[in-house]
Design a protein around this ligand. Structure first.
Ligand code: SF4
Length: 651
């Protein structure tokens, strides 16, 4: 067995004729695309016809491990879904912790590519390269995702790892995800619906094909050094994460302007002041915690299993993450923590993406307040801010595809069509179909990078696409993203507004573009390695270059890997161009761009408002794409060795 950390093999499964086939992938492809969604992007770009409708059986659903999965690096347990998103029609991907990633590799593969459509509901059992298709009709529309995992383990053995869909995927809800570890979701991009459209309920996977790495001692040495560093030099974010996961960031985010409030029209400090936000803060959430846990391959462990007394459904439930607490708490002015636990569990069992679900629910509350819809439309539900009982009922309806919830279960873009409210699109907080997460692009602290990411990332609306920490590796001075103070001062003079922002540093467009490029390409490398983002935020530098080299035997530099990131980003972007998507025209709603300007709170008169378009052009230029059209330049495609893309674009 070659000692390189990966198998060099993928598995194709065709649900139409119930066949499977192994394919060997050249080493060169791994060196160019690494693994994870990098490898998936290469395979899908080459094999999938453009223009397929959202549920065409020819759509490929890739289920990937990362290059470092099952090796000796830390944080290596993310599994990744990739394909054409049924929600946005763009390239889509989504990743998740839990315990499924190593099972893919143990089964003998780096990724599983699923095509076709079964006539009847099935699930797949993959054990050491042997594939069996099993009838799933006793589970379909009958058993939720958490119980499905339990039942399948009872039948096939507890050593199987399971991913599956719940009612939302079966109902083809465009905001549904795929569930693992009894309630962790690969939530974004709507892949639950793609799996549901294929009549595929679950994948159960195990095996004994261990991967060997090139120099295990060296990988382990870097890992143990990192672990020591984590003990000694954990930053404040790391300490918070260790104690209470992302829930720990809630109160600060609510007050700093990072959390949107009331569908992006409210102000945290005014509408949901600290004394109220504290009712759902980390302490209030973790007091229900029974035990802590870590995803596979993670030495850190930010997860928590909780129990809410007196609630049968909440006897064993995941601690809600920041996105859920903000979306169903701060945003909705809901200070009832148990209702947020309930909504979280309902979403996890149905397989609903809590981000998209919360953003859609918030829109409905504003629509009710503004009288775009009334009680007749909502079936009597009173969508009043802070009404936690209504929130729970509405999410239940969305999960079960009933009542007013059936109008919302496909997310905002479809809801506007169902309700004949397309003229109210300015209130619908989505980008190209994907609902915005709980991080405000108008915020001075990193909001500009977030907003540019929401609009330019091949999977639109993603808050993890601008991994600013990559600049640390380049040993550049850490600077705030560029502020064009000359233009801004004029703007503020006109408004007679005294900004509190630090305008002392002005970067050039090129510096701003490079910073955005590094952030964005860094994220593609992380997703190709199969590592957890949080590992990179905890203080110590993660030795990923050494890990990859010692795992594979390659001898590449940080710059080489940044080039890999640029290559992966470019091929994902090219997928969208080939789908005839005019990327520069993808825009957040004007409200998220700061038009009209907020007059109160930390995001008042956001400086970002004047910079979006320049920042996007600077980013495209830094990516060596045409700054106006975003089409990758010929020379760029030559440099990145993307001849297949060059042929597609230039003939
Ligand atoms: S840091 Fe948290 S989310 Fe990331 S791998 Fe570890 S336990 Fe999972």
């Amino acid at each position: 067995m070659a000692k390189k950390g990966y198998h060099g093999k993928i598995l194709w499964i065709n649900l139409t004729d119930k066949t499977s086939q192994e394919e060997v992938i050249n080493d060169e492809v791994y060196e160019l695309f690494i693994g994870g969604y990098g490898l998936a992007a290469k395979i899908i770009y080459d094999r999938q016809k453009p223009g397929l409708s959202r549920f065409d059986p020819d759509n490929i659903l890739a289920v990937m491990s990362g290059l470092l999965t099952n090796g000796r690096a830390a944080f290596n347990g993310r599994w990744i879904l990739a394909g054409k998103s049924p929600l946005t029609g763009t390239w889509g991907d989504s990743n998740c912790g839990g315990d499924f990633a190593p099972a893919i590799k143990n089964a003998g593969y780096d990724g599983i590519f699923i095509v076709g459509k079964s006539q009847k509901p099935v699930y797949i059992v993959l054990n050491d390269k042997k594939v069996v298709f099993e009838d799933a009709s006793h589970l379909w529309q009958k058993v939720d995702a958490v119980d499905t995992e339990e039942k399948l383990k009872q039948v096939h053995g507890a050593d199987y790892k399971v991913i599956c869909i719940g009612s939302s995927g079966e109902n083809l809800s465009l905001i549904s995800g795929v569930v693992n570890a009894k309630g962790r979701l690969a939530g974004r991009s709507g892949f639950g619906a793609l799996m549901g459209s294929k009549n595929l309920k679950a994948l159960c996977v195990k095996g004994t094909h261990l991967v060997e790495v090139h120099n295990a001692d060296k990988v382990w040495k870097h890992t143990t050094d990192l672990l020591t560093d984590l003990v000694n030099n954990l930053n404040d974010f790391g300490k918070t994460m260790k104690n209470c996961g992302t829930a720990g960031t809630l109160t600060d985010s609510a007050e700093s302007g990072d959390s949107p409030v009331k569908n992006w029209v409210g102000v945290g400090s005014k509408d949901f002041p600290p004394e109220v936000a504290d009712k759902i803060n980390a302490f209030e959430v973790t007091k229900y915690e029974r035990e802590k846990y870590a995803c596979y391959g993670c030495p850190f462990g930010c997860g928590g299993i909780c129990e809410v007394p007196g609630k049968k459904l909440l006897k064993e439930t995941h601690r809600p993450e920041y996105e859920t607490l903000c979306g169903f708490g701060v945003q909705l002015l809901n200070d009832d923590v148990e209702s947020i636990f309930m909504v979280n569990e309902l979403c996890n069992r149905a397989g609903l993406d809590t981000i998209s679900c919360a953003t859609t629910v918030n829109w409905a509350f504003e629509a009710y307040e503004q009288k775009f819809i009334d009680s007749k439309t909502t079936g009597g539900l009173k969508l009043e801010w802070g009404n936690n009982e209504t929130v729970v009922k509405l999410v239940e309806q969305m999960a079960n595809n009933e009542g007013f919830g059936a109008m919302l279960k496909d997310g905002l873009r479809e809801a506007l069509i169902h309700l004949n409210l397309e003229d109210k699109a300015f209130t619908a907080m989505h980008v190209h179909g994907q609902e915005l997460p709980m991080h405000d692009s108008r915020n001075k602290e990193g909001g500009l990078g977030l907003g540019v990411g929401y609009e330019t990332e091949p999977t639109p609306g993603r808050h993890t696409s601008t991994f600013a920490g990559i600049d640390d590796y380049l040993e550049k001075e850490k600077k705030e993203l560029a502020l064009h103070s000359k233009v801004l001062n004029k703007f503020y003079q006109k408004l007679k507004f005294q900004p509190k922002y630090n305008l002392s540093y002005q970067s050039t467009d090129s510096e701003m573009g490079t910073s955005l490029k590094n952030a964005s390409c860094g994220e593609d490398i992380i997703n190709a390695m199969g590592l957890c983002n949080f590992g990179f935020y905890l203080g110590p530098l993660v030795p990923f270059v050494d890990w990859i080299n010692a795992t594979t035997g390659w001898d590449n530099s940080l710059d080489d890997y940044l080039l890999v990131g640029q290559r992966i980003k470019t091929i994902r972007h090219a997928f969208n161009l080939r789908e005839n998507i005019d990327v520069p025209k993808i825009r957040m709603p004007e409200r998220a761009r700061g038009n009209p300007a907020m007059k109160d709170g930390p995001n008042a008169y956001s400086p970002n408002v004047l910079m979006w378009d320049d920042a996007k052009k600077a980013y495209f230029a830094a990516m060596e794409w045409d700054p106006e059209t975003s089409i990758p330049l010929k020379a760029t495609l030559d440099k990145l060795n993307l001849q297949e893309v060059k042929k597609e674009i230039y003939g």
